[in-house]
Design a binder for this molecule. Structure first.
Ligand SMILES: Nc1nc2c(ncn2[C@@H]2O[C@H](COP(=O)(O)OP(=O)(O)O)[C@@H](O)[C@H]2O)c(=O)[nH]1
Ligand SMILES: [Mg+2]
Length: 471
C-alpha cells in the first residue's frame, strides 16, 4: 500500500458553517504541528525549541488554535484541530482533522499548505480504502459508506447502516466458516483415503451443505431479488405524445413524494429528473419532451436523449389520453418502448365516464393498466402501489431483516451456490474427493470476493472510484 500521508477537503465546496480538511498517515501529526499554533502559544514560541514540535498533541483531543503559514508569517484561519493517534481512527493511521471556517479560498489555502508540508492529495475514496486495506472494515462495510452517502430514503439508510455495522459481513463469514469446515473434512478424506468413508459421511456432509450453506445462500439471493430496489432505486420515465399530461403527473408526484435529493454530478440532462420516495423506494422519475418525428435539430437531440434514457430505465409509464382515441403517434411510441417493462397510464379519466374503457390493441391487454387523473390527483395511490408491486419481489415489503446484498454480492453468491450444488451432486455420485474439494474451495473464494479477501484489484479500484474526494 501507498505509505504517503494523504490530505483532502472532506466537506462539500461552497459556503457553509465549517469545512474539514482531513490528513491521514505517519506524518499527519508533524505536518499539523508545523502549521498549527495552539491558542495559548500564539505569542509564545519558547516551547517549540526544547520539545519535538508535536509532543503537546494528545490523541483524541480537540485543540483550539490557528493555522499559520510561517514562511509568509500569516495566520490563515482560526480552527479546531482534532488529533487521533493510530490505530483507533477511521483509517487506522494517525489522523488530523482541521475544522476551518467554510469558504473555498480559506480551505484551499490550508490544504495547499498541508500539501506543501509533504502530504499527497488523496484520491477519491482513499481514506476509506485505507480503512479497508488496514483491516478495520471489510469490503461490504466500505461499500456501505457510499450507500449511506447516497441514501435517499429512510429505508435505504437502514439497509446501509446495517451493512456498515457488519451484518452482511457476519452472515457471509458464517456461511464461509461452514464451507471451510467441510473443505477441511474433504481434504482430510483425500489424505487418508483408506478411511475416507468414515471421515466424510456423505449424508451428513450433504445435509450440512444444504442446511448451513445452500439454504443461506438462497435466502440472501432472494433478499436481493425482493428488496434491492430499496437501496438501488428505480429509474422510471414517463412517455407519451404531447399534451397527454406527463408533466402534470410529474408535478403531482413531486409535490407528494419528493425524496431527499442531493445533486449527483453527471446526471444533468435535458430531461427533467426528480427523485421520489414511493413507499420507501427511491424512484428517479424523468419527464421526456416527446418522441415524435421532427426535422428540428434541437428537438432531434432531445428525442435521442429520451430514447437513450428509455433504454436505461427500469420501468416506463406509457401515458395515453382517455378523452381522445389512440392515434398513430401513440402506436409509434409504443413500438419504441414495447420491449421494456411498462404500465399503461390512461390519464384524464375525469373527462370520461367511470366505466369507460379505452379501446386498445389486443397486444396491450396483457400489460398492467391504470386509469388516473393527473389534474385531480385521482388514482395516484393505485399507480404507486402498482409501481411498487412491479419493482419488488413477492416478499419485498415484508423483508424485515435489513441485510440486502447488492448486485456484486448477489453475483458472487450465485456462483458460490452453483458450486455448492455441483459439490452435493458429486458427493451423491461418489465422485473423487479431489473434485469435490475443488468446487468447495472455489465456493469459499467466491464468498471471499464479497468481503474483500479474494477480490481482484480491478474490482476494488472500481468500488472506491465511486467515492468522492475526502471520503
Ligand atoms: N382534464 C384533465 N386535464 C389534464 C389532466 N392532466 C393534464 N391535463 C391537461 O392537459 C394539458 C397538457 O398537460 P401536460 O401535463 O402539459 O401534458 P404533457 O405535454 O404530456 O406534459 C394541460 O392543459 C393540463 O392541464 C387530467 O387528468 N385531466
Ligand atoms: Mg410536458
Amino acid at each position: 500500500m501507498d505509505s504517503a500521508t494523504i490530505a483532502a477537503i472532506a466537506t462539500p465546496t461552497g459556503r457553509g458553517g465549517i469545512g474539514i480538511i482531513k490528513v491521514s498517515g505517519k506524518d499527519a501529526f508533524s505536518i499539523a504541528a508545523s502549521i498549527f499554533k495552539k491558542s495559548a502559544s500564539l505569542s509564545d514560541d519558547s516551547r517549540e525549541t526544547d520539545k519535538p514540535p508535536f509532543s503537546f498533541l494528545k490523541s483524541h483531543r480537540l485543540y483550539h488554535g490557528y493555522i499559520v503559514d510561517k514562511e509568509k508569517g500569516r495566520v490563515l484561519d482560526e480552527v479546531l484541530l482534532s488529533v487521533m493517534l493510530a490505530p483507533h481512527t477511521y483509517t487506522m493511521e494517525d489522523v488530523v482533522e482541521i475544522n476551518t471556517h467554510s469558504g473555498s479560498v480559506v480551505q484551499a489555502s490550508i490544504l495547499n499548505l498541508v500539501l506543501k508540508k509533504g502530504a499527497k492529495l488523496a484520491e477519491p475514496g482513499e481514506f476509506t480504502k485505507r480503512a479497508y486495506l488496514n483491516g478495520r472494515i471489510d469490503l461490504t462495510q466500505a461499500e456501505a459508506v457510499i450507500d449511506i452517502i447516497n441514501s435517499k430514503t429512510d429505508k435505504a439508510l437502514e439497509i446501509a447502516t446495517s451493512q456498515i455495522k457488519g451484518d452482511l459481513k457476519s452472515r457471509i463469514e458464517s456461511i464461509r466458516g461452514a464451507l471451510l469446515d467441510i473443505l477441511v473434512e474433504t481434504e482430510v478424506a483425500i489424505d487418508f483415503s483408506d478411511d475416507a468413508g468414515e471421515i466424510l459421511n456423505s449424508d451428513r456432509t450433504i445435509k450440512k451443505l444444504e442446511r448451513r450453506v445452500v439454504d443461506d445462500l438462497k435466502e440472501l439471493i432472494e433478499k436481493y431479488e425482493n428488496a434491492h430496489v430499496f437501496r438501488d432505486g428505480l429509474k422510471m420515465v414517463v412517455v407519451g405524445r404531447p399534451n397527454v399530461g406527463k408533466s402534470s403527473l410529474m408535478n403531482r408526484l413531486i409535490q407528494e413524494d419528493r425524496a431527499i435529493v442531493t445533486p449527483i454530478p453527471g446526471t444533468t440532462r435535458d430531461l427533467i429528473e426528480e427523485t421520489l420516495n414511493i413507499h420507501g423506494i427511491p424512484v428517479i422519475i424523468a419527464d421526456t419532451a416527446g418522441l415524435h418525428e421532427t426535422d428540428d435539430p434541437v428537438e432531434v437531440i432531445g428525442i435521442e436523449k429520451a430514447q437513450e434514457y428509455i433504454r436505461d430505465s427500469d420501468l416506463i409509464l406509457f401515458m395515453v389520453d382517455a378523452s381522445d382515441p389512440l392515434i398513430e403517434e401513440d402506436y409509434k411510441i409504443y413500438e419504441i418502448i414495447s420491449n421494456k417493462q411498462l404500465i399503461i397510464v390512461i390519464n384524464k379519466s375525469d373527462l370520461v365516464e367511470d366505466d369507460f374503457e379505452l379501446e386498445v390493441p389486443d397486444s396491450w391487454n396483457t400489460l398492467p393498466r391504470i386509469k388516473i387523473s393527473a389534474l385531480y390527483g385521482r388514482g395516484l395511490n393505485e399507480l404507486k402501489d402498482l409501481i411498487v408491486h412491479l419493482s419488488i419481489g413477492e416478499h419485498g415489503l415484508e423483508v424485515q431483516n435489513k441485510i440486502i446484498p447488492n448486485l456484486r454480492h448477489k453475483m458472487a453468491l450465485e456462483r458460490s451456490l452453483q458450486l455448492c450444488v455441483a459439490a452435493i451432486e458429486e458427493i451423491r455420485k461418489e465422485t473423487s474427493f479431489e473434485f469435490i474439494a475443488i468446487d468447495i474451495k472455489e465456493a469459499v473464494e467466491s464468498l471471499g470476493e464479497i468481503i474483500g479477501d479474494t477480490t481482484t484489484d480491478d474490482v476494488i479500484d472500481q468500488i472506491f472510484s465511486r467515492f468522492c474526494i475526502g471520503k
